[in-house]
Ligand binder design. Sequence first.
Ligand code: PMP
Length: 430
Amino acid sequence: PAPRQPVAALMERRRKVMGSRPYVFYDPPLHMVRGDGVWLHDAEGRRFLDCYNNVPILGHCHPRVADAIAAQVRILNTNTRYVGEQVLEYAERLGALTGGELTACAFVNSGSEANDIAWRMARAWTGNRGFLCQEFAYHGITEAIDAVSPSAARKAPMADHVRTLLAPDGYRGIHRHGTPDMGRLYADDADRAIRSLAEAGMKPAAVIVDSAFMTNGILEPCPGYVNELFAKVRAAGGLCIADEVQSGFGRMGAHFWGYQHHGATPDFVTIGKPAGNGHPVGVVLTRPEIFDHFLEQTAFFSTFGGNNVSCAAGLAVLDAIRDGDLMRNARETGALFKAGLKDLARRFPIIGDVRGTGLAFGVELVRDPATLNPAPQETDRLVNLLRDEGLLVGSEGVHGNIVKMRPPLVFGVAEVEIALGALERALLRL
Ligand code: PMP
């Protein structure tokens, strides 16, 4: 093979062709050349335990998905304007996973597109135009969805038709753990948002919720919150979108979908990221009458959405989650990992809070446990020290002081030990 260019040279090339302010992890960035299971390998021959990337839910380059894609791409790859069996099987299996409630599937290619189409369907169905989201949410890149992604557009003012909701943060928010009826108190904030829309002459078309509250700091389900919020939005004439791009596919351990951890029932489920284990797959699931109503008004079609190769990848992912009992692994290995993180929190006072459900964790760093003064610089340093330890994690939250971890669901006991050891060494050097 041709000799590899140093990272600095690649970055120089990159600035010329991919924007002058490259958004990359780490300084200097990592040049990954190979993935296998829970490991990523860089151009210098180092290997890293991937605790960050929630896309390869089965692990990087999973042979079952690779084989399904390779086999299908040699047979046929075309679109939903022809009748096909894979796309039907995929749609039927996804619908069955919602308990047979949301059985109509619109196939697209990304989480952003899925949310965009759900939003358009909600507007068409309700005739309303207000949109509600959490205060620091991220849902994607299209214009409509960027408007409900305050975490990505922090500097821009919110669009007229959008109202943000308090996130149910029992550690730092206005209602804290131990408050009776915390979920209902947080849901009451929707009354304010709906009133504010009404004052501007609008009703909500939809509310969108990421059940793992990933960008709000990986918040644990707050009993009563999501179903109460959904009830209020429905009473005001809106529909409810469960954005399962992060929280779906067993990530949260007890149920296949994140919203099921809240006991809530959405009108839309949107999926992306892990659906194809890295291959682009996006789907909106909804009730047939909502989809049909949308189709009466628009000629919805996505060229790549539901293509044979994507469906082969999607089906292989569903099979592998089922056959590998990965939801159980998310639950059991997740509990073990969380117990280890809690133990670190007892020994390192900078850890203010450890939270998470299944295999998604937030470790919040504070300078003072009494004032909860956030520690973003220390978080940044910890993330980089962990890189040196060979462990990939991210940082998250309004204050950038939450270490975010979402390893593949094949994470095992040995990997938990490696990750906890790396965290302990990095915390000692912090
Ligand atoms: N929703 C959520 C909750 C996400 O985390 C993301 C991506 N980070 C998206 C939607 C958008 O997905 P995509 O990048 O595939 O468009």
